[in-house]
Design a protein around this ligand. Structure first.
Ligand code: BES
Ligand code: MN
Ligand code: MN
Length: 453
């Protein structure tokens, strides 16, 4: 690998990264469909420029998937690299110190939506590939790239593609760099991701909104009904009131819990610097790691309905809606949780309310064995470049396509170059540039070591 690459190519890389991060590829907002396409096209151009003889923009019902294959290196292993080019919405936009799609470098960090999740990390992998090529332009291993544009919004295009063409994941290893270090200086591999069950709960109690004076005291209020229902689905102490949910959860093994105990962790600092609230809530009999990695969650993301404009309007709302989700841990499946949630809502709904659960998207949780030799190779690469091998942790977050990436039987390396305070999905998302430069060396070295082991 070209060890001078990062130093020499920094200005060009920053210009390219700036270009990529400037594209507002927000997959959840229909108005940004063209921007998603532009981000996909940007990747297509990059892959061609990197010398990939096969590059495809694969269409479906939604944002396209980008596929690329490196020139064939006979006898070398094949690595599948996954990433996503779509990003989350930017609101509340007034809280950004610089515009979310005008990347801005301050104190060695680049601030932009997608800086770390996941465009910055996709960029890191592309540049690591570039750095690992020999003088003849040949990489040390066979690489397949798959980049989707619907990770953040729960789309089907990549699922349909892999269902129709399972050979695309017939590889020796899969690399997903869409997470972060455990802490500064502590690279991580992830042994589990939580799954997801996202739904809208619609409630209607009247045909139309009513005068709250004339009918207040007798007419059923839809928002009140909705929040009463929601409050019965989770107790104040954080217990989710869905039958059989906790019974199905697989407890982490003693040795896994012991591993977590040995990680450096300061709850007070976590509260102040990452959570930024006044207290941690939830099932306080369990540790923070157990609550965020090994237990299911139930969150209310937003409530819509009634009057929320300027000033006052005296009205009894006829309808309301809440966006909710559960995170699923090993032992739970999406199908099971959907069914149980439907039953739980039926139990808490009063007879006078019409209700409907609309499932938007979801995915099963994932568990990965980290015993395959590829994990030791990744450790070596991290050790050589940043001085420490990975620690095994779990993720609270989800990447719905990951189970499908493993269908060919290859080990899935879940890792990343982010830092815990990067603020993914939040205002002022950032990536530390040193993490990017180190990451390019780490993954470049990883490709090289894969070829020789
Ligand atoms: N990169 C994240 C997943 C992640 C977050 C992994 C934190 C590890 C730690 C990914 O882009 C993401 O945000 N996923 C969504 C998926 C959802 C929309 C189905 C998530 O977890 O909310
Ligand atoms: Mn991501
Ligand atoms: Mn994300």
């Amino acid at each position: 690998m070209d060890h001078d690459f990062v130093r020499r190519e920094q200005p060009r890389m920053l210009a390219e990264l700036n270009e990529f991060l400037s594209i507002p590829s927000i997959s959840a907002l229909p108005d940004h469909a063209e921007d998603c396409r532009r981000a996909a096209q940007w990747l297509v151009d990059q892959l061609f420029r990197l010398g990939c003889p096969k590059v495809q923009l694969i269409e479906g019902e939604g944002h396209p998937v980008v596929w690329g294959e490196s020139p064939h290196v006979p006898g070398a292993p094949t690595l599948l690299i996954y990433g996503h080019y779509d990003v989350q919405p930017v609101d509340p936009v007034e809280e950004w110190h610089s515009a979310p799609f005008t990347p801005s470098i301050r104190d060695g960090r680049i601030y932009a939506r997608g800086a770390v999740d996941d465009k910055g990390q996709v960029f890191c992998l592309l540049k690591a590939y570039e750095a690992s090529r020999g003088a003849d332009g040949m990489p040390p291993i066979n690489v397949r790239f798959i980049f989707e544009g619907e990770e953040e919004c729960g789309g089907q295009v990549i699922f349909d593609l892999l269902a129709a063409e399972p050979d695309r994941v017939a590889v020796d290893a899969v690399l997903v760099a869409d997470m972060s270090y455990y802490a500064p200086g502590w690279p991580a591999v992830y042994t589990a991701l939580r799954g997801m069950c996202y739904a809208e709960l619609h409630v209607r109690t009247l045909e139309r909104d009513l005068h709250s004076g004339s009918y207040g005291g007798v007419a059923p209020n839809a928002i009140e009904t909705l929040v009463r229902m929601l409050s019965k689905l989770k107790s104040g102490s954080g217990k989710i009131k869905i039958p059989k949910l906790y019974k199905s959860v697989e407890k982490p093994s003693k040795s896994e819990l012991k591993g977590w105990d040995s990680l450096p962790f300061d709850e007070q600092e976590f509260l102040e610097n990452e959570v930024t609230g006044k207290a941690l809530t939830g099932l306080t009999d369990f540790s923070v790691f157990e609550r965020t990695w090994a237990l299911p969650t139930f969150e209310i993301h937003g409530i819509k309905g009634g009057f929320t404009g300027e000033g006052a309007k005296t009205v009894i709302p006829a309808a309301g809606m809440a966006k909710i989700s559960l995170r699923l841990v090993p032992g739970l499946t999406l199908d099971f949780v959907k069914e149980q949630l439907e039953k739980a809502v039926a139990n808490v709904a009063p007879d006078y309310a019409d209700w409907e659960l609309r499932f938007l998207h979801g995915g099963d949780p994932v568990q990965v064995e980290v015993s395959h030799p590829a994990f030791r190779i990744l450790d070596r690469a991290f050790e050589e470049v940043v001085g420490r091998a990975t620690v095994a942790v779990r993720a609270g977050g989800s990447i719905p396509i990951v189970p499908e990436l493993g269908r060919g039987g290859a080990p899935i390396l879940l890792t990343g170059i982010g830092l815990p305070d990067d603020g993914l999905h939040s205002p002022n998302e950032k990536l530390d540039l040193q993490q990017l430069w180190d990451g390019i060396e780490v993954f470049g070295r990883f490709f090289e070591l894969l070829a020789t082991e």
